[in-house]
Design a protein around this ligand. Structure first.
Ligand code: NAP
Length: 496
């Protein structure tokens, strides 16, 4: 075992882990190690490389506010530009030398005697740090469908997170299972090259128009020369998203008209793009807008009107060597099977690794045996010196960067407060955690998740107990205000 004690061990080299590292460096904690299971940095934007991948939040908003990028080519940048941006950030903030790739973390354990975290890496090595930050992402554990026979398929099978550019799709008979945000981007691209495309839809999704387009050179120039212009664009984008989230989703009970507006925009989009009433009915969700993450596309609906594209809504019975058989006995012969089946959040994530805190508390077990909770979406009682970035109630707003920066602010207030007290260990109190959970539970009562009709949505926002604990049910402004002002006595401090 290494006897060296790092200031912090960060698990995950995506935007969350890099944000935490930047903040820790600013606060004077310079000895950091960032452990990453993949072979390069960027998290989601390194792993996902499927055709059509793009951000679906305006790029001026989907980036760190302190590191604006004037070079986005489009309003909604393609995935490759996000990966480039991640590389730029890693280089600028000197994070690359702290990263260790192809390093799979098995688990982490708090050692009370030395007040340190012992992080076990696959292969037997242990890395030690004063602080532990888990930045393992919300959507990082791919879900493979529980459909019999997938392993018997004789053609090529690809989950969207394991895209293989060497697979030739031209002129092939392609089947895709899933119609989530990933499939909405991928399906139009597959239709361009496939001889025949069959889309297996279990639950339709709300799709709104995407106000996308290239960013003109003159605007990019203005962003580069006068950063205030980009700040204004960011503010506009963030405000629209905030309005959508707060009025349309979180205040569903008080403002049903705002939610209805979101639904109507998507329905009108579908009506404009699909004239066939039977096809339109199949593509129309029967749950309330916002139960599931809405998506944005101008090309998704029209794809289903093409003669070589079928929308299959009959339940899949099984897969065999040659294709997919539905419960009515119909068999579609396929060369390639694409699994756009999303991610498993509630069984194998939360947390993504085993985390054992004080007095042997196992985070994953504790969450499942009691309720999923985390004070301000970042701290958990009996887990000293631990920042859990992908926690219940941590996701604030629609852009992940809002969450990241809120958490960075929380880290700064907490660690500066701890230093002032001359302490070396923090731990959130059970009282503060319970009060926060009760407050969030109360607020959820007003949201579409509790007050709306979400039963048929099959939304990953809901956990195995039927609670929608992924998103923080407050405005991002309120989340940020609390991050910079929370009472320090919600934590206990002691010397290391
Ligand atoms: P997802 O939203 O969870 O969708 C998974 C799809 O697979 C659903 O349509 C689901 O159907 C279907 N499915 C799963 N298991 C199935 C089974 N056994 N049989 C039939 N269908 C099955 O996953 P995703 O599309 O990968 O998107 C996840 C999230 O990633 C998005 O919500 C978004 O937050 C993020 N994302 C972001 C971007 C971006 O540009 N920023 C792009 C893509 C994704 P049911 O609905 O019936 O379960």
């Amino acid at each position: 075992m290494s006897t060296h004690v790092h200031d912090a061990v960060i698990v995950g080299a995506g935007f969350g882990g890099m944000g935490a590292a930047i903040q820790l460096q600013r606060l004077g904690y310079d000895d950091l190690v960032i452990l990453e299971r993949e072979d390069d940095l960027g998290g989601t934007w390194h792993v996902n490389r499927y055709p059509g991948l793009a951000v679906d939040i305006p790029s001026t908003t989907y980036s760190y506010s302190f590191e604006p990028n004037p070079h986005w080519s489009r309003l909604f940048a393609p995935g490759a530009e996000l990966k480039q941006y991640a590389e730029h950030v890693a280089d600028k903030y000197d994070l690359r030398r702290r990263m260790r790739f192809d390093t799979v973390v098995d688990g982490a354990r708090w050692d009370e005697e030395t007040s340190t975290w012992h992080v076990a890496i696959e292969g037997g090595e242990t890395v030690v740090g004063r602080f532990l930050v888990t930045a393992t992402g919300f959507l990082s554990q791919p879900r493979l469908p529980d459909i019999a026979g997938v392993e018997d398929f004789a053609g090529t099978v690809m989950h969207t997170t394991r895209w293989d550019d060497d697979v030739d799709l031209q002129g092939k008979r392609i089947g895709i299972i899933g119609t989530g945000a990933t499939a909405v981007q991928l399906i139009p691209e597959l239709a361009k090259v496939a001889d025949h495309l069959t889309v297996y839809q279990r639950t339709p999704i709300y799709v709104s128009p995407k106000l996308d387009g290239p960013v003109p050179g003159i605007v990019r120039g203005a962003f580069a020369r006068v950063p205030l212009t980009q700040k204004a664009a960011r503010l506009a984008g963030t405000s629209i998203l905030e309005l959508l989230m707060v009025a349309g989703v979180l205040h569903f009970k008080d403002l049903p008209a705002a939610n209805q507006l979101g639904k109507r925009v998507c329905e009108a989009h579908l009506r404009r793009q699909v004239k066939d009433p039977e096809l339109r009915a199949k593509l129309t969700p029967d749950y309330d807008f916002g139960c599931k993450r809405p998506t944005f596309s101008n090309t998704y609906f029209p794809t289903f009107t093409k003669p070589h594209v079928d929308l299959e809504t009959t339940t899949i019975d099984h897969v065999d060597a040659g294709g997919i058989v539905t419960v009515d006995g119909y068999r579609a012969d396929l060369d390639v099977l694409v699994l756009a089946t999303g991610f498993n959040l509630w069984d194998v994530n939360f947390p993504a690794i085993e985390v054992i805190g004080r007095e042997g508390r196992d985070l994953g077990k504790w969450w499942r045996e009691t309720r999923f909770s985390a004070y301000e979406g970042i701290a958990v009682p009996r887990f000293p010196n631990f920042f859990s970035l992908n926690s219940p109630y941590s996701y604030s707003g629609l852009s992940y960067f809002t969450t990241i920066e809120t958490q960075m602010a929380h880290m700064a207030r907490l660690l500066e407060g701890m230093e002032k007290k001359g302490a070396g260990v923090f731990e959130v109190t059970e009282r503060a955690n319970t009060e926060f959970l009760d407050r969030m539970t109360g607020l959820l009562g007003n949201s579409v998740f509790n007050a709306g009709q979400c039963a048929t949505a099959r939304s990953y926002y809901f956990n195995q107990h039927g609670e929608a604990v992924l998103l923080r049910p407050t405005s991002t402004l309120s989340a940020h205000r609390e991050a910079v002002r929370f009472p320090l006595d919600d934590y206990e401090f002691r010397t290391a």
